[in-house]
Design a protein around this ligand. Structure first.
Ligand code: FNR
Length: 385
């Protein structure tokens, strides 16, 4: 079975009178999802920082590159598997951590559904700190597929340690520490609509279920107390001085998210990180920067074979996945598209998004003569602009 076989299933389904229920283009997917989401979530999911130049640039930067077609290398089977921290994954695709995923399902259990989609597809799920269900209910739902946990480092070190040890106990196979969000970026769409779900007490289940947090707020805390306590401790401004302590919290592979400079990548590995996650948070945090993809080649050159590199921000198609791999990523995470898949079509909609990305990547590799991920070197791309 190849990932590309998804298209055969779709054509055969149509022959049997069943047309696909879910969109194929990102534009249609986004429109369908935004129509399904409640108004207070629309700007939060779709919007970004500033005038969103960086967010738009993330999605168009890949157009600067073309995959070079190579013929007479056709291979009926492709191998998209990659190795990450000693685990062989069926594909290089991951689900990026998304803090309001839980709310993007009408039943408010979107985090569990993300994990269920991981179980159904083999695409690992990175659970955010900001969940609507406690991580103990979410991470195990990935079944045999790996789950990772993403930490927003709180100011309270005991709380950080508690969250990490809970994630480890719940089966997380890696810890992702996000570095670019200790303070929220300037998000005009959310500011104009007064949207910030956490300030309404949403997506805080990992805090309200945490013994350290509960101790801080007391036994009968109301929503106001919970929210104000959370505001006070959410974002520790992480510096190099914190890295040894973060490293000491777990034996799990430690992946630093938001690293975009080669010097930062080198030093992070020198000081104990196991993986580098190149991302600009989908353009939600700092506007005015380049596209995340623009930083990837230099980081990849600095990291070399020392550690795996995860990339996200702007991945919309299977072609984007292929290009990011050729530019040096070991694995590629998808963000908004899978959130929209869930919002529009529940778990089947989310699974459709993942299968479509994988099928498109697989078929591009098939047609253009790159049967394995290892074949996707810099030579597979031509820079057009
Ligand atoms: C995010 N992202 C994010 N990242 C993180 O480390 N922890 C989090 O809780 C969240 N929450 C979150 C919510 C929403 C609504 C979005 C859209 C994104 C960032 C995410 O992991 C990833 O970096 C981006 O989604 C990549 O950009 P695109 O490809 O989705 O545009």
């Amino acid at each position: 079975m190849s990932f590309g076989d998804y298209q055969i299933a779709l054509y055969l389904g149509a022959l049997g009178g069943v047309l696909p229920q879910h969109p194929f283009s990102y534009a249609e997917l986004e429109a369908a999802a935004l129509a399904a989401l409640p108004p207070e979530l629309r700007t939060y999911v779709a919007g970004g920082a500033g005038d969103e130049t960086t967010q738009r640039g993330n999605a168009t930067a890949v157009d600067d590159y073309a995959v070079v077609p190579r013929m007479l290398r056709a291979s009926e089977s492709r191998d998209l598997s990659v190795e990450l921290f000693g685990t062989t994954l069926p594909s290089p695709l991951l689900m990026a951590p998304v803090g309001v995923l839980g709310l993007c399902s009408p039943d408010q259990h979107g985090d569990v559904h993300g994990a269920e989609a991981a179980a159904a597809t083999g695409v690992p799920f990175i659970g955010s700190t900001l969940m609507s269900d406690p991580l103990e209910d979410v991470l195990p739902a990935t079944g045999d597929t790996p789950a990772w946990f993403q930490l927003y480092t709180p100011k309270n070190r005991d709380l950080a340690a508690s969250l990490v040890s809970r994630a480890e106990a719940a089966g997380a196979e890696a810890l992702v520490v996000t570095l670019d969000t200790w303070v929220p970026g300037w998000r005009p769409r959310d500011l104009a609509s007064g949207n910030f779900p956490q300030l309404r007490g949403k997506a805080l289940a990992n805090y309200t279920s945490d013994p350290v947090f509960r101790e801080l707020v007391g036994p009968d805390a109301d929503v106001g107390t919970i929210v104000m306590t959370w505001v006070g401790l959410f974002g520790h401004p992480v510096t190099w001085d914190d890295l040894a302590w973060l490293r000491s919290l777990t034996d799990l592979p430690l992946v630093l998210k938001g690293v975009c400079h080669p010097d930062d990548a080198r030093r992070a590995l020198d000081e104990g990180a196991d993986g580098i996650y190149v991302s600009n948070h989908g353009g939600r945090q700092a506007n005015g920067g380049g596209a995340a993809l623009d930083w990837l080649p230099d980081v990849a050159a600095a990291v070399g074979e020392r550690a795996p590199i995860v990339f996200d921000s702007g991945v919309r198609t299977g072609d984007d996945v292929v290009k990011a791999l050729a530019l040096g990523a070991t694995a590629v995470a998808v963000g908004r598209p899978y959130v929209y898949g869930l919002a529009h079509g529940g778990v089947p909609g989310l699974v459709h998004v993942l299968r479509s990305l994988l099928a498109e990547a697989d078929l591009l590799m098939a047609v253009d003569g790159y049967p394995t991920v290892a074949d996707l070197t810099a030579d597979a791309l031509r820079r057009l602009r």
